[in-house]
Design a protein around this ligand. Structure first.
Ligand SMILES: N[C@@H](CCC(=O)N[C@@H](CS)C(=O)NCC(=O)O)C(=O)O
Length: 200
């Protein structure tokens, strides 16, 4: 199912809840690019996703010339094609992006398995995933700088806010001991584009 159909626009495959998809939604909005979305939370959307990607993961972008399978590659492509004013590449910190990915890899694993009643209390590997998230949150709490929320948006802070808000939304790991990260989330969510793309 395609929402807001426009026959020539690019097609983003994904859900509103996915943090990897949110990164791309933020970048598309920031660069004022109109697109259609196939909602992959439906059976029909899953079927369409599987017709274009053998990875079966979202985000996947159909640029109408090629299919791109991964959020990093999609965003690199969008920036190289549309970000002529260099709105997003400034201050990008690759370690921050890797930590955002690391939190999500572990968190999504835990989230999907919990749906099938497989919980960290019983599985050592899942306990390790949880502790890996804690270690990464601790690292972020120590590394955070005010420029992350007060400066212009950049790719690393977009990746980070998508990960932090997803943890809050899915309640995968508490954030009460990471006050600076909570402050980061509250402050950067004052930004219209960030607020408009919150998972719901
Ligand atoms: N490295 C990928 C990760 C994408 C990813 O893990 N997406 C999740 C949704 S949040 C997914 O599609 N999971 C489906 C599954 O594992 O079956 C990216 O950056 O796009």
């Amino acid at each position: 199912m395609i929402r807001n159909s426009n026959p020539n626009a690019m097609i983003l495959y994904g859900t509103i809840t996915s943090p990897f998809v949110r990164r791309v939604r933020i970048v598309l909005k920031h660069l004022k690019i109109r697109y259609n979305r196939v909602d992959t939370s439906t059976q029909e959307g899953q079927k369409q996703l599987r017709e274009v990607s053998p990875i079966w993961k979202v985000p996947t972008l159909d640029t109408r010339k090629e299919i791109i399978f991964d959020s990093h590659m999609i965003i690199d492509w969008l920036i190289s094609k549309f970000d002529s004013e260099k709105l997003l590449i400034k201050n990008t910190d690759n370690n921050l992006i890797m930590v955002a990915d690391g939190i999500l890899d572990s968190g999504i694993n835990m989230f999907y398995l919990a749906k099938e009643n497989i919980l960290r209390e019983n599985i050592l590997y899942l306990q390790k995933q949880y502790e890996r998230i804690t270690a990464q949150l601790d690292w972020l709490e120590q590394s955070i700088e005010p420029s992350w929320y007060s400066g212009p948006l950049n790719y690393s802070t977009i990746a980070l806010i998508s990960a932090i808000d997803w943890l809050k939304f899915r309640k995968v790991h508490p954030l009460d001991e990471h006050l600076k990260l909570l402050e980061f989330s509250n402050k950067i969510n004052l930004h219209g584009i960030i607020k408009d793309t919150l998972p719901n």
